[in-house]
Design a protein around this ligand. Structure first.
Ligand code: PGA
Length: 248
């Protein structure tokens, strides 16, 4: 059975003060078969660890540089994230692909670097609005999954998470239809099967992301192949994140 994963992506939000305020009254009544994950900016990770290390909630990072150490000014290595107790790292978010110009091959290196430190990558894939209108959604998803995961061992693929995040749905208030998320999840699972076989395909967890909130979360996780959600905006308010977790 795949565990449901509710993952908060805080993006470039939350100062240390705001993070303290967030966790002040944050009490999770954890539920069987469900996992909650918070991915704050790098600067908040030690504080988030302080608040969460005695709880069942996990924490992770939003990005990583694919080298262990060295002359990479401004970057953060997987070794450093592991050292701070991170268990997941978001990789290849569309904002990084588009704004920072990250390529498929760079993202593939990040996936390997995260797995090498025994953390789980959350690989983000998804089509733009133009691609969707041009009927290229499936090709785009398949290409991104293939490019990032080709060569990954089956046992590592089993602990990889893939988030389907159509670009037009991110931060737009216009979530995808649950059926479209399910179709994308089926395609992703098929692609993983091609890469590494049935066992990996049935173990890999697939999330939907893009304007998820407390009102629509249930309609996504109800789908057979959708194992949770990656949540931006609606994860910044503690009451909203808890409500999403419980409704999932
Ligand atoms: P959103 O962002 O929930 O604010 O749409 C999701 C994401 O980018 O991961």
């Amino acid at each position: 059975m795949r565990k449901t994963l509710i993952a908060a992506n805080w993006k470039m939000n939350m100062t240390v003060k705001e993070t303290e305020k967030f966790f002040k009254d944050f009490k999770l009544a954890s539920e069987e078969g469900k996992e909650l994950l918070v991915c704050p900016p790098f600067t908040d990770i030690p504080l988030v660890k302080f608040f969460l290390e005695r709880s069942s909630i996990r924490w992770g990072a939003q990005d990583v540089y694919p080298e262990e150490r060295g002359a990479f000014t401004g970057e953060i290595s997987p070794v450093m994230l592991k050292d701070l107790g991170c268990t997941y790292v978001i990789v290849g978010h569309s904002e990084r692909r588009q704004i920072m110009g990250e390529s498929d091959s760079f993202i593939a290196r990040k996936v390997s670097a995260v797995l090498k430190e025994e953390m789980s990558p959350i690989l983000c894939v998804g089509e733009t609005e133009e691609e969707r209108n041009a009927g290229k959604t499936e090709a785009r998803i398949r290409d991104e999954v293939m490019a990032a995961l080709k060569g990954t061992e089956a046992k590592n693929l089993e602990k990889t998470v893939i988030a389907y995040e159509p670009l037009w749905a991110i931060g737009s208030g216009k979530a995808a239809a649950p059926e479209d998320a399910e179709n994308a999840a089926v395609l992703i699972r098929k692609t993983v099967q091609e890469l590494a076989g049935k066992k990996a395909a049935s173990a890999v967890r697939i999330l939907y992301g893009g304007s998820v909130n407390a009102d629509n979360i249930a309609s996504f996780v109800k789908k057979k192949n959708v194992d949770g959600a990656l949540i931006g905006g609606a994860s910044l308010e503690p009451g909203s994140l808890l409500e999403i977790y419980h409704k999932a």
